[in-house]
Design a binder for this molecule. Structure first.
Ligand code: ADP
Length: 302
């Protein structure tokens, strides 16, 4: 198996409020968060890469520098002269965070428009990781191209992991979201949903129902996260549940699921059993939620 963990999706500029009333610029995005944590968790003989599209302007360059500075490979990233990266602003009101987005014309929306480049990027990966947001931002035609490219990579031996990360506002409509996510899940070795989303948008009564639904769609294994509640790992004929250790002093649950996925996959890809993979995942997510922000340096970098 190739030792390249390749995450695919959209990294955005993040503007986060500071105590001084100004904004601090950073970079984040669900798949990028997972790549960033995977780099922290995986041993040094693994590479972590990110596939997306950016512009050729200064802020796009700064984003690539940030990725490279985090030891994430960016060689395959598409660069487009007439687009730039998406941006979101975090607003605080009475301690509650809300988000304003400028991403509808972002370069990342064209990440699957050059199929030869995409095919080449995925062909060298041992593990391809993407999310519902990755496919939500694509045109219907590019979505098909994207999933076909993943299928080819998988047929050639890559493993594919997917977090449905259901965000109806990014999709044309809720039905298209459900159909596309189900189709994507069907070609995956691992599907890693959060039950809160599945309950809200598929109406699943329990996490076990979510697991069974994705298995029926064709997923080989499903790991259902559920905040502080049990994690379910299900594959054909087998189901295990794990209780994450309780976490006190929760500060910010941003990236709980993203970091969980990274630690799970890192342990699993390097030969860990499911039990060890879930416990590494819950341990990391438990640390991340005790700090503010998406990217928390709470592991020794390798
Ligand atoms: P997401 O961020 O995708 O919504 P979840 O909220 O389901 O994901 O959380 C992912 C993982 O983070 C959980 O499986 C668990 O391991 C950990 N986690 C999240 N919230 C808590 C909590 N309140 N107490 C303990 N662990 C938590």
């Amino acid at each position: 198996m190739s030792k390249l963990f390749l995450a695919i999706g959209e990294c955005m500029v993040e503007m986060a409020p500071t105590a001084e009333g100004t904004y601090a610029m950073g970079f984040a995005g669900d798949t990028l968060n997972t790549a960033w944590y995977a780099r922290k968790c995986l041993p040094g003989d693994w590479s972590v890469g990110y596939y997306t599209a950016v512009g050729t302007d200064k802020v796009s360059g700064e984003m690539l520098d940030f990725l490279k500075g985090s030891n994430i490979e960016t060689d395959a990233v598409r660069k487009l002269d007439d687009r730039t990266v998406g941006l979101y602003l975090i607003q605080l009101k009475d301690g509650e965070r809300s988000f304003a987005y400028w991403r509808s014309q972002s370069a990342a929306r064209l990440l699957a428009a050059d199929v030869a480049r995409l095919d080449e990027a995925v062909s060298s990966a041992g593990l391809i990781y993407f999310s519902g947001i990755t496919i939500a931002i694509l045109s219907p035609e590019d979505r098909k191209t994207f999933l076909s490219s993943l299928r080819r990579a998988r047929d050639a031996g890559a493993k594919v992991a997917f977090d449905p990360n259901l965000r109806p506002r990014l999709w044309e409509d809720a039905e298209t979201m459900r159909k596309s996510v189900t189709e994507a899940a069907g070609l995956c070795d691992l599907v890693m949903p959060s039950f809160e989303d599945e309950l809200a948008h598929f109406g699943d009564e329990t996490p076990a129902v979510s697991a069974d639904r994705y298995l029926a769609a064709g997923a080989k294994m499903v790991v259902v996260k559920n905040g502080p509640e049990d994690v379910i790992c299900a594959s054909a004929g087998e189901r295990q549940t794990f209780q994450p250790d309780p976490v006190r002093d929760i500060v910010d649950t941003t990236a709980a699921g993203d970091s969980f996925n990274a630690a799970f996959l890192s342990e699993y890809l390097t030969g860990g059993e499911i039990t060890a993979s879930v416990s590494a995942a819950a341990r990391l997510a438990g640390k991340v939620i005790r700090h503010r922000g998406a990217l928390v340096d709470c592991l020794q970098s390798r």
